[in-house]
Design a protein around this ligand. Structure first.
Ligand SMILES: *Cc1c(COP(=O)(O)O)cnc(C)c1O
Length: 430
């Protein structure tokens, strides 16, 4: 398999090169030259534990022989060693729980897959690989845990001190030795600026192979198709509408490429919060990026979603075709909180704010009938977001995996928001 840039000016490369580069130099996103036919995967009978095998079968053509089959199978088995349960909330409407991984969010799948692939190739790079990531909460935890103990790779995580949730803070600071956590006295934007500057630091580049592990990397993006095939195979006869809580639009772009590959889903809903540039684009035909707005579902506070470029590529930039394949909704914080309350009261199920945006969008747009089901992707565990216990005025049980984190040694370095402080901290720790 080869990958081209959606901006069309960078060279076409293979899986390894696209993974290592992350983003093509022309500022586009890597996109596969062909979309494999995976229809067979959609009709296999479902069995427990089939998630890792499904990931292997679907990633095999995308890796294109650059990782030996036995190794790719081991990578998938190791990366996806937790289930994606489907829970019926109301008749015909299900939550697909993607939060049973170590950091309780769906980003675990992509981050774990990518980390192991990078570990696989690290021997051939010639320098130590250093992954640098700025996070507002969710991504950093998934990347820190995904890379924990991976040979030949170090990770630097920057997060804004005091601005992540209680559980996210635990996940960011109770890490392995190859993970350096920097707690920045500043905002997420400061963290992002520092990470960007470090990634282009010539001194650092001479010594280390620097990369970012952000969500546009093909090795984080493509394995997410597993969720959709895993759900599809449990409803062999039903038409499925998937509602995907969307921020940077990577997850839904994976669903749409799976649909093209033969998934057999009826339709998709891009469920957004108040950051509604894509719903507006589909309505008016004009794409106008905006500064992001803060909401309860803060992992989706994105004002210029990168992966829209992949969706436009998939549908040849034909707006009507995009509209046929992807409906959109924009849910306010008020409605998000009301949904969390209602679902908890009426059905005894606790949702996190991102999942609630997906569920509310499904209720708004889909009408499940005897042969149709709605599946809302439950992208994070409610305990990760302190707002949920405030909205419900009660505490949420902390899963064992999180409770055990508290027993581990706290490892983090506090820094101000200047580049010199950051570089000192990194150099001392690497
Ligand atoms: C990242 C994230 C999203 C958004 O996913 P995208 O692929 O960026 O659209 C949704 N929910 C949660 C909990 C997330 O962490």
């Amino acid at each position: 398999m080869r990958y081209f840039s959606t901006n069309g000016r960078s060279a076409v490369v293979g899986f390894r090169e696209a993974l290592l580069q992350g983003q093509p130099e022309d500022g586009g996103l890597y996109f596969p030259t062909e979309i494999p036919d995976l229809a067979e995967l959609a009709v296999l009978p479902w069995r427990e534990g089939g998630e890792a095998e499904t990931a292997f079968s679907l990633m095999r053509p995308y890796v294109g022989g650059e990782i030996r089959d036995a190794d790719l199978e081991a990578i998938c088995g190791d990366a996806i060693d937790f289930p994606f349960p489907l829970v019926e909330i109301t008749p015909g409407i299900f939550a697909l729980e993607l939060f049973h991984g170590p950091t309780l969010a769906f980003k675990d799948v992509g981050a774990r897959f990518m980390s192991r692939c990078l570990g696989y190739f690290s021997g051939s790079i010639g320098k130590r690989a250093v992954v640098i990531v700025a996070t507002s909460g969710d991504t950093g935890g998934a990347v820190a845990h995904g890379f924990a103990g991976v040979e030949g790779v170090s990770v630097v995580i920057l997060f804004p001190k005091g601005r992540v949730s209680r559980v996210q803070e635990l996940q960011l600071t109770r890490t392995d030795k190859n993970v350096i956590t920097l707690e920045v006295h500043g905002s997420f934007d400061d963290c992002q600026r520092l990470a960007k500057t470090a990634l282009s630091d010539r001194d650092l580049r001479n010594k280390y192979f620097l990369t970012s592990a952000n969500s546009i990397n093909i090795a984080r993006w493509l394995p997410q198709q597993t969720y959709y095939f895993a759900a599809r195979r449990q409803f062999p006869d039903a038409k499925i509408v998937f509602s995907v809580p969307s921020g940077n639009f990577g997850n839904i772009a994976a669903g749409l490429i799976a649909k093209r590959a033969g998934l057999g889903a009826r339709s998709f809903i891009a469920a957004c919060n108040a950051n509604n540039v894509v719903p507006k684009y589909l309505e008016t035909g004009q794409y106008i990026p905006e500064p992001s707005k803060r909401t309860l579902s803060n992992a989706m506070d994105v004002g210029d979603p990168s992966n829209l470029a992949r969706i436009r590529q998939l549908f040849n930039d034909d707006l009507d075709l995009i509209r046929e394949n992807m409906a959109t909704a924009s849910i306010s914080d008020e409605d998000t909180a009301a949904t969390i309350r209602k679902v908890n009261r009426e059905f005894g199920y606790t949702m996190d704010p991102h999942t609630a945006v997906g569920f509310a969008s499904l209720e708004k747009l889909a009408k499940p009938g005897p042969s149709e089901v709605g599946v809302a992707l439950a992208t994070a565990h409610p305990v990760k977001f302190d707002s949920v216990s405030d909205i419900l005025s009660n505490n949420i049980d902390v899963p064992d995996a999180v409770a055990r984190l508290g027993d581990r040694e706290r490892r983090s370095i506090e820094i101000g928001n200047s580049y010199s402080e950051m570089i000192d901290a990194i150099k001392k720790s690497l």
